[in-house]
Design a protein. Structure first.
Length: 60
């Protein structure tokens, strides 16, 4: 049998064994990612403000 065909058959069989998340799990995961991204964005923004101010003090 062609190895490529066997690969796709195996991949399809494996996808049948996957436990897919339900709607609530997807929403919770999405919310967690959004909160994390917003928090990291704020931290990076604050560091940018601080280091930008320091550079302006050092280099008039």
């Amino acid at each position: 049998m062609n190895p490529l065909i066997q690969y796709f058959r195996d991949a399809r069989a494996e996808l049948g064994r996957v436990t897919w998340p339900n709607r609530e799990q997807v929403i919770e995961g999405t919310q967690a990612v959004l909160v994390f991204v917003i928090a990291i964005t704020l931290v990076v923004y604050l560091y940018d403000l601080i280091f930008g101010s320091l550079v302006k003090l050092v280099l008039p």
